[in-house]
Ligand binder design. Sequence first.
Ligand code: DGY
Length: 315
Amino acid sequence: MVPKVLVTRKFFPDVFSTSGYQVEYWEGRGPVTRDRLLRGDFDALVSMLFDRIDCEVLSSPRLRLVAQYAVGYDNIDLQCATSRGIYVTNTPDVLTEATAEFTWALIMAAARRVVEGDAMVRSGKWAEHDVPWDPTLLLGMELKGKQLGVVGFGRIGLRVGEIGRAFGMNVAYWSRGRRFVPWATRMELESLFSTSDVISVNLPLTPETKHLVGERLLSLVKPTAILVNTARGPVVDTEALVRALSSGRVAAVGLDVFEEEPLPPDSPLCRFNNVVLAPHLGSATTEARRAMALTVVRNLRAFLEGDVPPTLVNR
Ligand code: DGY
């Protein structure tokens, strides 16, 4: 019998059709329902980062592999999967460039007030301004010679740092890993927050990193600093961030990820002109999203052929 994979969102069917599995897509509106997940009539599952893959879902006797379509997999109970002998894979590397570039899109937008400028043009406020070119209009921050502090120096954080270097920035990083690069300075979190001009959060979400960026660290940032998060929303404590913004303790913020996704339009974060918001677009390039699907399929095929899936996370 051909094994079956349930893919919880329909996209790139030409890629999934090469998986060697009988492919069923969840085609309902919104995320796959709990009922569908619990039916347990599939051997492999391709999950999205918003699907909650807990021990109940993982208790299906038929399920052998969960192939997450993302590099982050905090939505999957990894310990439970491992204890049940279920392989979990993710999609690292192929989205590093896209996510690092998007981090820079947010840094640049925040540093040079691109969104405020766009709003000014569209709303007619530029047309109403008394002069067409104002020497003090929407002044931003130049990056050359400033300090970039990267929180989490994995693949994406490293690439964010490399791009920062190309801008002529001094790169500092905080990491629990052992990575060493001669052009960047390892710092304690407190020093990184108190000395950086741009702080980029590039950490996975784990119980240890939840609300890591909270009141204490935010109280240390320079009032001229920019904070950007393209990792996972809950790494930053939203309420503490809103307080920091309200009291002018941070100059500008760029957010691609949120504690609650989608971010409700009445969120206090939407009230600040100096906050650039994006709907979780870090890896959203045609190249990366297709390569992520190909990585998922490589994992599915390897598993079918009795090999260890190439991007297994529970080794
Ligand atoms: C991931 O891969 O974890 C991103 O959040 C989506 O690409």
